[in-house]
Design a binder for this molecule. Structure first.
Ligand code: PLP
Length: 400
């Protein structure tokens, strides 16, 4: 038996679209990217969605939008200490300084109490992460943001299918960034999406993804058909709008082939989320048996956890190490991933920011003691039972 971490679905519809796209010779950002954006916005429940080339870029470009709305380079963005490194990388890539706040070990998410202490005159935004699909405490976060006039950008990379107080994750801040990397529920292989209700943000995003150029209409007639565009020389006879650069930009467009893979995935979204939720809940129920030694996350009454993966955290009284357990599982064909790390104190790249081990005890604990396994749609009860039997056998050998 094997229990792989992830799976990927390239549907018949995607394959047919890809053939059509290859024959059409229109490969870069075009009508299918636009269609994916529209369908994605509808799915999440926002007015706008802007397709980009990765989830990390979605984080970074959403933050870079804020330069058009009062932020300055070097301003601060508060992020949880625990996340996939992309969250912290993106803040730096956007030209801001990440300021880390410790998490709550029970939720794996940023602890709102730690946010207040991290606010300075330079703070412009809070970027909560819905880690492992568990919604961050958005009411408290939005309250703090409002009181301090801060933007809220959700890192919803892992938040597909997650709901908070009756609303979809991705609709709870000023903007939200999703990843469409292969490990995620909707994939374009590599890709990202920023959703928002504010069309002025989406317009800036279209400029940012294309080098900061002034040409940022929702549907570009110039690039699609080389047709007449009455905006082309609005900056003067010598200034083609495509070569007027209004802001420091990125090169982060999605292409048509990627969009075709995403469009096929969207058709299967509901049954995939349903199956993954079933798997997640099955494991959450089954793990009660191991509660003395192994913790996971709980689902509160006001939320639905997005079925990204299943986290496991060794409790302090467990007298075995994480790698002993994960190596045991891996030898039995069960793929595991660590539960990330405290970015500022356990990831070498962030050392220059000057944080010290011990600054983020909760994030560091998870960094040392957490791991996660897949709950994807190709897995069923026989895989999950095999995983739980394996954990049981491990515990029976290691608990004295
Ligand atoms: C929380 C979080 N943020 C951002 C990202 C970055 O997404 P991508 O890999 O598409 O760049 C990921 C990655 O998967 C993630 O888990």
């Amino acid at each position: 038996m094997k229990m792989p971490f992830g799976t990927v679905n390239v549907t018949q519809k995607s394959k047919a679209l890809i053939r059509e796209i290859l024959d059409s010779n229109r490969l870069s950002n075009g009508k299918y990217v636009r269609q994916l954006e529209k369908e994605f916005a509808k799915l999440i429940g926002t007015k706008e969605a802007t397709a980009l080339s990765s989830g990390t870029d979605a984080d970074a470009l959403a933050l870079a939008v804020l330069y058009d709305f009062g932020a300055s380079r070097g301003d601060e963005v508060i992020v949880p200490a625990l996340s996939f490194a992309a969250t912290g990388n993106a803040v730096l890539q956007a030209g801001f300084t990440p300021v880390f706040a410790d998490i709550d070990r029970k939720t794996l998410n940023i602890n709102p109490k730690r946010i207040a202490a991290a606010i300075t005159k330079k703070t412009r935004a809070i970027m909560p992460v819905h880690l492992m699909g568990k919604p961050a405490e958005m009411d408290a976060i939005n309250r703090i943001a409002k009181a301090n006039k801060l933007f809220v950008v959700e890192d919803a990379a892992e938040g597909y299918g997650a709901r908070y107080k009756g609303r979809n994750i991705g609709t709870l801040g000023d903007m939200a960034a999703f990843s469409l990397y292969v490990a995620h529920v909707i994939t374009t292989v590599e890709g990202g999406m920023v959703v928002t209700d504010k069309s002025e943000f989406a317009e800036v995003l279209r400029s940012l993804r294309s080098h900061g150029r002034a040409c940022k209409c929702e549907k570009c007639v110039l690039n699609i058909s080389s047709g007449y565009c009455d905006k082309r020389f609005k900056y003067g006879r010598d200034n083609d709008i495509r070569f007027v650069f209004e802001r420091i930009g990125f090169s982060s467009k999605m292409n048509e082939v990627e969009a075709a893979i995403g469009l096929g995935n969207l058709d299967d979204y509901k049954p995939i989320i349903k199956k993954r939720r079933q798997n997640l809940k099955y494991l959450m129920g089954g793990f009660n048996e191991f509660n003395e030694y192994l913790a996971t996350i709980d689902e509160g009454p006001d939320e639905e956890i997005g079925p990204h993966a299943f986290p496991v955290i060794l409790r302090e009284k467990a007298d075995f190490r994480r790698d002993e357990l994960t190596n045991y599982l891996e030898r039995r064909g069960i793929e595991t991933r660590t539960l990330f790390a405290s970015m500022p104190t356990q990831c070498a790249g962030f050392k220059f920011l000057g944080y010290k081990p011990g600054d983020f005890p909760e994030a560091e604990y998870i960094g040392k003691n957490g791991f996660h396994v897949g709950v994807h749609q190709e897995l069923g009860e026989k895989h999950l039972d095999y995983f739980m039997d394996s954990v049981k056998q491990f515990l029976s050998k290691h608990i004295r």
